[in-house]
Each structure stands twice: as C-alpha cells, then as structure tokens.
Design a protein around this ligand. Structure first.
Ligand SMILES: Nc1nc2c(ncn2[C@@H]2O[C@H](COP(=O)(O)OP(=O)(O)OP(=O)(O)O)[C@@H](O)[C@H]2O)c(=O)[nH]1
Ligand SMILES: [Mg+2]
Length: 210
C-alpha cells in the first residue's frame, strides 16, 4: 500500500493563536482526523512539520494503526512545496498521497481514485475552480521530491514549479463535482472556519455519517 504524507509545517497565522494541526474539531485534533481518514488506504504515515510541533502532533497521533514517521523541515517557513519535498523524501513506497493537515474532510474514495489516476504517471492533481489542489494530490515520491529540489535550487518556490518537468494528470472540476467530491477540499484557516466545520461534522453525525 502507499504512504500518506500530512503537511503541517505552516504557521497557522490566520488561525489566531495556536497550531491548527492540533486544534480540536468536534473533539479530535485536525491532524488526527486527516490521519484517520487516510488509515484505510495507506500503510505508513509521514508527518511534515517543524521540530517544535513534533511532540504535540505525536500525542495527537497516539495509537495510530500504522507506522508514523516525522519529516522535520530542515528550514522552517520555506513554503508548502518545500514541505511536500521534505515529506516525500521520507517515503519509501513508490506513491504517496499528500494532504494538508487542515483538510479534515479528505474523502477516502477520492484518494483511492487519485491513486488509480496516478498509476503510471508522476502525479495526479485535482483542479477546483481553476486552482490546482497540490496539497491534496498523489505523487510518485522520488521524481516529485527531485523536481522540488531543482525548483527550490532555482529559487522557484511556486507550488506548481516542480510539475513542469513531470508527467502529471489532472482530475478536472467536472469529474469531482459529478462524483460529489468537492467537500474533500474544504480547509480550515480561521477559528470561524473551525466552528463551521464542527457544524458540518455535527450535522453529518445526525445523518449517520462521519
Ligand atoms: N513545511 C511547510 N508547510 C507549510 C508551509 N506553509 C504552509 N504549509 C502547509 O501547507 C498547508 C496549507 O497552508 P496554509 O493553509 O497556508 O497553512 P498555514 O501557512 O499554516 O496557515 P496561514 O499562516 O494562515 O497561511 C498546511 O498544511 C500547512 O501546514 C511552510 O512554510 N512549510
Ligand atoms: Mg500559509
């Protein structure tokens, strides 16, 4: 089975104090929600974060059913693409799904379909409203990490820069909408968005989901 990489090295500046990775959403830290949603489709978890986040994230991931590896940023604040690179360097499987720690509704069936689409290619990246969702995408770990290194060496930290030299496929908006997969990209940046997400979890619970 492939690996799951959770990106958690950001500074949560819009979140008004505290690290959103370990903020509780309906009683469960967000990073744990993402990890639990990936558990059925991955066999190893890699968490990319800064050194000082490691202890609190490890606590949030206690008794996770798979091996958990930490990939600590050598340099903090180098941006999400550098975080993807650092996370993918710790991957030993051919493919990995990368998911941001603030996407607590990541959909398992969607992730499985991303792995299917990526097979034989270097990446499968969804596109929503014209934006490529590189922080919820599947990559072939080694070529993507190498391409990130080269982009960073050229001083290009744009998240799409490494894809220029790779064979990547796009999962388009229409397909995502048809299959009911737009909610998988919902992300939490502010305390208000956290409250909104908690309301979604509560209403889904009433409907017998989540
Ligand atoms: N390793 C690493 N990851 C990052 C960095 N910046 C953002 N990320 C991750 O990329 C994902 C999406 O980023 P944002 O939503 O901007 O998160 P953030 O930067 O923590 O929050 P803001 O400060 O409010 O922008 C999150 O999973 C972050 O943890 C960074 O400089 N390094
Ligand atoms: Mg940011």
């Amino acid at each position: 089975m492939p690996t799951g990489v959770i990106l958690a090295g950001g500074f949560s500046t819009r979140f008004d104090g505290g690290d959103k990775a370990v903020a509780e959403l309906a009683g469960k830290p967000m990073v744990r929600r993402v990890a639990d949603r990936l558990a059925p489709v991955v066999s190893t978890l890699v968490v990319n974060c800064r050194g000082e986040q490691r202890e609190s994230i490890a606590t949030a991931l206690e008794r996770y059913p798979h091996e958990v590896r930490f990939a600590v940023d050598p340099e903090p604040d180098a941006g999400p693409m550098a975080g993807i690179r650092t996370g993918l360097r710790a991957v030993t499987d051919e493919y990995a799904v990368v998911v941001a720690c603030d996407m607590p509704f990541v959909d398992r069936a969607f992730v499985e379909s991303l792995f299917d689409r990526a097979a034989g290619h270097d990446a499968a990246v969804p596109e929503v409203d014209g934006w490529y969702q590189t922080t919820q995408a599947v990559y072939r770990a080694a070529p993507m990490a190498d391409a990130c290194d080269r982009a960073l060496e050229r001083g290009d930290s744009k998240i799409l820069a490494p894809l220029d030299e790779l064979d990547w496929v796009v999962v388009d908006h229409e397909t995502l909408a048809e299959r009911g997969w737009l909610e998988t990209f919902e992300n939490v940046n502010t305390r208000a968005e956290l409250r909104e997400a908690a309301r979604s979890v509560a209403s889904d619970r009433r409907n017998g989901e989540r």
